[in-house]
Design a protein around this ligand. Structure first.
Ligand SMILES: *Cc1c(COP(=O)(O)O)cnc(C)c1O
Length: 338
């Protein structure tokens, strides 16, 4: 198979040989009966790593976030979320469709936070005209940016004062903790529930975990079954998640270094037609001037390099990329622009 250099997302990674071996030898059972030892091991590990009482293994980040919304909110409740928040914009409106939960989206600040004054202003009074505001949902990283720890502390205080619950869509939580050089619990301590994707930068083929207090995770288990997320011998998949949590966290530094390399090398080109954002984790955003980005994407594709064309092109680094791929990308992009 020809080698493809894929910058579209960190979801495109292939399980490594070591990960596949761990999957192949996993001891399994029927997880709907709670009898899969490998799933149970993953759920204990994820709870420990995130500093929460309990966790539940689910097929996707979308389901993990949906479970969180369903356990925090009931029919006629609302949650406050970023306008570009994944749970609001990219999950098919699941909370509204399946939970009768209304989103209240607000604009993100440039650093990926939601200004707490704006959140306060969006909380509805206790009045039959309004949905009941129950939950604040943050995302970390947000567009590749780790949220400042000070902000998280303020958000926790704010939620304590206003009686809201606080959920984190931490699809790329470990990218944030690595970028901030802090233990992941420094981040998760401020949240009631945290969703973590195993299938992004961590490199597992499938799966997410929702972490939180035991009573909420028990509630989530019921919803997971109802949503069709009760899997049987899922230990094969959980084994990949365990492997990822044990072996693929520290290496995220390499992804961050490669994203920084892309950013710096594009900036150094001083090219009139392309500007690169500064990389804080594993993402770089390129904005183009006076070029047809679809045409650029097609030319790169001819060289086995994949990007998603758009107004702003998001490049994501991950475990299947090497340093030489960064060189190839910069070279081919320069050629395509000339
Ligand atoms: C990818 C992603 C999700 C959802 O994960 P899936 O496994 O693709 O359903 C949720 N939130 C964010 C921020 C993501 O990037």
């Amino acid at each position: 198979m020809e080698r493809i250099i894929d910058f579209r997302s960190d979801t495109v990674t292939q399980p490594t040989n070591h990960m596949r071996s761990a999957m192949a030898i996993a001891v399994v059972g029927d997880d709907v009966y709670g009898e899969d030892p490998t799933v149970n091991e993953l759920e204990v590990l994820a709870a420990r790593v995130s500093g929460k009482e309990s966790s539940i293994f689910v097929p996707s980040g979308t389901q993990s976030n949906l479970l969180a919304l369903l356990v925090h909110c009931e029919r006629g409740d609302e949650y406050i979320v970023g306008q570009q928040g994944h749970t609001y914009k990219y999950e098919g409106g699941g909370a509204a469709v399946l939970g009768s939960i209304q989103p209240q989206p607000l604009d993100y600040e440039h650093d990926g936070t939601l200004k707490l004054e704006n959140v306060a202003a969006a909380i509805k009074p206790d009045d039959p005209h309004f949905a009941r505001t129950k939950l604040l949902c943050l995302e970390n990283t947000q567009a590749g940016q780790p949220l400042p720890i000070d902000y998280l502390k303020n958000a926790r205080d704010f939620c304590n004062n206003t009686g809201l619950s606080l959920h984190l869509d931490g699809a790329r939580l470990f990218n944030a903790s690595i970028a901030l050089n802090s233990d992941v619990r420094t981040i998760t301590q401020y949240f009631d529930t945290v969703s973590i994707c195993l299938s992004k930068g961590l490199g597992a083929p499938v799966g997410s975990v929702l972490c939180g207090p035991q009573d909420l995770i028990r509630k989530a288990r019921r919803w997971r079954k109802m949503l069709g997320g009760g899997m049987r011998q899922a230990g094969i998949l959980a084994a990949a998640g365990i492997y990822a949590l044990k072996n693929h966290i520290d290496r995220l530094r390499e992804d961050h270094a490669r994203a920084t390399a892309i950013s710096e090398r594009i900036q150094a080109l001083n090219h009139p037609k392309v500007i690169a954002s500064k990389a804080q984790t594993n993402m770089v955003f390129l904005s183009f001037k006076e070029v047809d980005v679809s045409e650029i994407a097609n030319q790169l594709k001819d060289k086995n390099i994949l990007i998603t064309p758009g107004k702003s092109v998001r490049l994501v680094t991950h475990l299947d990329l090497r340093d030489a791929d960064i060189d190839a990308f910069v070279t081919e992009l320069t050629a395509a622009l000339s």
